[in-house]
Design a protein around this ligand. Structure first.
Ligand SMILES: Nc1ncnc2c1ncn2[C@@H]1O[C@H](COP(=O)(O)OP(=O)(O)OP(=O)(O)O)[C@@H](O)[C@H]1O
Length: 441
């Protein structure tokens, strides 16, 4: 079991936000983010006002990337040292890992995930071994690495494997032998991605991009060659934006599809968070509830949020249905949200008071995500796992045999039990030998 880890990153003010003095609404201190409603500044009658002036949220990591001159400025390298290194560590232990960036349009998702020529982001730093790159545009999956010379199959089908989970059929795979080749692939994919100008951002990504690295490790366990295959999903979501009636029909469809998948993502996150909280409250029903434990600021805030707008009263609550299949994005991220994956969300925000509402909504979204509990497991070869488990069982049976013999020196009493235990040991040893033979032939 592992909770989704959540990071917040605050980007520099842009030119538009800087014009009126660049008032900031966001503050970061250690693992806390504070957001201030500057509209209430200078008002005398705030007593009894139900709106809170400053709201505080706690996260696993908070990055202040507003100005490099400031002492606690978080660079791309620092973000990589925390998040990128933990992605690579998870994958090398054999887990599936997902890192996804979420936030309002123009807040730095692409900058964080991909970076620029001078300032490399997380994905090129993490690049290894085997890569796939796709985008979800208007609920259709497109391959971003299908060479132009090949026949272009525009929209690909999403399918689900009973054990390996959802995947995209016919998505091209590219084996790379060095870092340079991996980065070239990434650049090709980025160039194929669909962007457009929005009100806030001139080169806004209008699709969700998923860069998948298959990390394969050849290992020798119990003298048997075997493989541990883990997947790393690096996801740069399209930014949310309010619809403008002046946009043409295509842009409106595009916007509504982006919003649809982000809304579905929101519903999935909130339903999973609610289910995880329900499970943990069931578990703790018999234990003493401790008030004011570590991270109580967050605890108090998120619990009120996951009530789904209040209500949420006592008994009779059932686990919510998770509508993964309502959008391609959530379907493909099914394992990453509530499944077999160690997942990190990086939520990007603008520091400006002009984006107060959007930033608050991103912080709430991120606080929900932090409650999701995933079930990551090492993706080891099934036969190798079975052999290991059988060997553990043999050792256990052998030590039981030994302790019986020591406690019951009289042969008549222990003979029967000894016999059946020895039989079990023998049978397991035969199974192990058969499995070793099958896997190595
Ligand atoms: N941490 C940062 N440091 C410096 N510049 C940044 C940072 N974050 C974002 N920027 C700059 O802000 C602008 C918008 O960033 P970016 O394109 O990453 O936004 P986005 O969230 O991916 O937007 P969209 O959802 O519209 O695609 C870019 O010019 C980018 O270089």
């Amino acid at each position: 079991m592992a909770n989704v880890k959540v990071a917040i990153r605050v980007r520099p003010l842009n030119a538009r936000e800087g014009v009126d003095g660049g008032r900031l609404a966001v503050q970061v201190e250690d693992k806390l983010v504070r957001i201030k409603n500057t509209k209430l500044d200078g008002r005398q009658d705030v007593h009894g006002d139900s709106r809170e002036k400053v709201l505080e949220f706690g996260f696993d990591y908070c990055y202040w990337s507003v100005s490099p001159e400031e002492p606690h400025y978080a660079s791309q390298e620092e973000v990589f040292q925390d998040l990128g290194v933990s992605v690579l560590a998870g994958a090398s232990e054999g887990y599936n890992v997902c890192l996804f960036a979420y936030g309002q349009t123009g807040t730095g998702k692409t900058y964080t995930m991909m970076g620029t020529q001078d300032s490399m982001g997380l994905t090129p730093r993490i690049c290894q071994v085997r890569n796939r790159f796709l985008e979800i545009y208007n609920e259709r999956v497109r391959d971003l690495l299908r060479g132009r010379e090949r026949k272009k199959k525009d929209s690909l089908r999403v399918r689900e494997h009973p054990e390996k989970g959802p995947y995209v059929q016919d998505l091209s795979q590219h084996v790379v032998s060095d870092y340079k080749q991996a980065v070239e692939l990434l650049e090709e994919g980025i160039a194929n991605r669909i962007t457009a100008a929005t009100h806030i951002h001139d080169a806004s990504s209008r699709s969700h991009a998923i860069f998948t690295i298959q990390y394969t490790q050849a290992i020798l366990e119990n003298n048997l060659p075997s493989e541990i295959v883990s997947k790393i999903h690096l996801v740069d979501l399209a930014g949310s934006e309010r619809a403008d009636p002046h946009y043409c029909r295509d842009r409106l469809t595009e916007g509504s599809n982006i919003n649809k998948s982000l809304v579905t993502l929101g519903i999935v996150i909130s339903a999973l968070a609610q289910n995880s909280q329900m499970s943990s409250s069931c578990q703790s029903i018999n234990s003493v509830a401790s008030e004011g434990d570590a991270g109580s600021t967050v605890g108090s805030h998120t619990s009120s949020l996951s009530g789904g707008g209040g209500g949420g009263g006592g008994g009779g609550r059932r686990h919510c249905f998770i509508p993964y299949r309502d959008s391609v994005l959530t379907w493909l991220l099914k394992d990453s949200l509530g499944g077999n994956s160690k997942t990190i969300m990086i939520a990007t925000v603008s520091p400006s008071c002009r984006s107060y509402n959007e930033t608050l909504s991103t912080l709430r979204y991120a606080a929900h995500a932090r409650n999701i509990v995933n079930k990551p497991r090492v993706n080891e070869d099934a036969s190798v796992r079975l052999i290991r488990e059988l060997r553990e069982e043999i050792d256990r049976l052998k030590s039981m045999l030994l302790s019986f013999e020591m406690r019951n020196p009289s042969p008549s009493l222990s003979d029967e039990r000894d016999g059946s235990l020895s039989d079990m040991v023998l049978q397991n040893e035969l199974k192990v030998e058969r499995l070793i033979y099958q896997t190595s032939h």
